[in-house]
Write a protein that binds this ligand. Structure first.
Ligand code: FE2
Length: 424
């Protein structure tokens, strides 16, 4: 037996692979990195965790959340209609009172909630339609403040449109100068269709000029004539930037007629575009103008996945004007995707798990630092489940969260006891 002493060893964990397969192994951690993975390690460690066949997974990836508005539900009023547009009006009022401290405190509280539930990589949008860029500056400070335990990307997101007000385009560019990781947009909310198309071209120009990623809120509406995804796809195809580009929401794709959708899906296949669906919020936000039949308002997740596009999932909102619920748990998101997207086959359920892990890492363009392999940073989670199916079905608790080699959080699963007839 070797005398080498590791920092941590996880024993008898079921290590998940993106293919859906798994193997029971010991995993050793040293100096913040994965030092060894083997069926059985003879060495000892200062911290040893016996997993008894529980699954070990790379951390959850939250690929789409708005931390600047998180935890503001009811401020200054509740969204009674439940529509996207009432949400935007409420947020316009709430953001008049934003301060750096307000943004930072709510964002860090939300990130801690998410990290304790196994999320260690987050892409957040920051509203840059506000003249002092408070939301952006607050989230850039947060990105730095939390970097020792969670990785945050910030998207400069022009909530009111790039051309919705004079000065918005300049604010978007200023956000990149200040250090935003990605350029965002909202073409379906620009004043005209022409402005929407122009905004997409401007976003690609800025991304190339500043060497940033792109993540566009694209066609988040039930209008089957909202067709900015084709513009994003064309720009991605012509620039070759597809793998660095994300189309978020694309809910109108769920409303397009099949003849148009079939043509568009073929064009999408010629790009490496990433897609993000937010099933928790879009099942509640969309379909509000329908009577019956009432649309689901979520993009064609299954069909995009079937044709090999990278699809990941996000919360979008956690207790804000657009979505009053949300706990930060990515298994809630995956569970809802199984339902709303009808991903109930065995491979489909596993795919929904991949959409909150490996696929999210691909969307965030961080695959080089993500995954459980010798030499990579030791970021991993242990779930109180023995398969992806059980994790999603029971929304299993995350027993251990290890970030950059350190034990960040642990959770004792709730235990229920049958009392009737027990004599107590
Ligand atoms: Fe969003």
């Amino acid at each position: 037996m070797s005398s080498q002493m590791y920092d941590t060893i996880l024993r008898r964990g079921k290590l998940l692979h993106p293919s859906g397969s798994s193997a029971t192994v010991d995993i050793a951690i040293e100096d913040g990195k994965i030092a060894a993975i083997a069926p059985s390690l003879g060495q000892s460690a200062r911290l040893e965790l016996e997993l008894q066949g529980q699954i070990v997974s790379p951390p959850f990836v939250e690929s789409h959340v708005h931390l600047d508005s998180a935890l503001t539900v009811g401020e200054p009023r509740w969204n009674q209609s439940g529509t996207l547009f009432e949400g935007i009006e409420i947020w316009r009022d709430r953001k008049r009172d934003l301060t750096l401290e307000d943004v930072k405190q709510r964002a860090i509280t939300t990130l801690k909630q998410q990290a304790m539930q196994g999320v260690l990589f987050v892409r957040t949008h920051a509203d840059v339609s506000e003249k002092n860029l408070i939301a952006l500056k607050g989230l850039l400070e947060v990105r730095d403040h939390v970097k020792d335990w969670i990785t945050v990307q910030v998207v400069a997101f022009p909530q009111d449109g790039v051309y919705g007000s004079p000065g918005n385009a300049a604010l978007l560019e200023e956000a990149l100068v200040l250090g935003a990781d990605a350029v965002g947009g909202i073409p379906h909310y620009e004043l005209t269709r022409e402005d929407g198309v122009r905004s997409v071209h401007q976003i690609f120009d800025l991304a190339q000029q500043y060497n940033r990623l792109i993540d566009i809120h694209c066609d988040e509406i039930d209008d089957d004539q909202s067709r900015f995804l084709e513009v994003v796809a064309a720009c991605a195809f012509r620039t070759g930037m597809g793998a660095r580009v994300t189309a978020s929401h694309t809910t109108a794709l769920g409303s397009y007629n099949n003849a148009y959708a079939l043509k568009l899906m073929g064009f999408l296949q010629r790009t490496s575009l990433n897609f993000i669906a937010n099933p928790l919020i879009n099942i509640t936000l969309q379909g509000r103008t329908d009577t019956y039949p009432k649309r689901r308002g979520v993009t064609r997740v299954k069909e995009l996945w079937q044709q090999g596009q990278n699809v990941s999932l996000g919360h979008d909102c956690i207790q804000d004007p657009w979505y009053s619920l949300g706990t930060g748990n990515m298994l809630d998101v995956a569970n809802m995707a199984v339902h709303v997207c009808q991903m109930t086959g065995t491979a489909e359920i596993d795919a929904c798990y991949s959409m909150v892990t490996w696929n999210g890492a691909k969307t965030l363009h961080i695959e080089h630092q993500y995954g459980i392999e010798e030499g990579k940073p030791a970021n991993l989670i242990v779930l109180n489940a023995d398969s992806q199916y059980e994790a999603i079905r029971r929304r299993a608790s995350v027993r251990y969260v290890i970030s950059q080699g350190k034990l960040l959080a642990c959770t004792e699963p709730a235990v229920s006891q049958w009392k009737l007839g027990s004599g107590e």
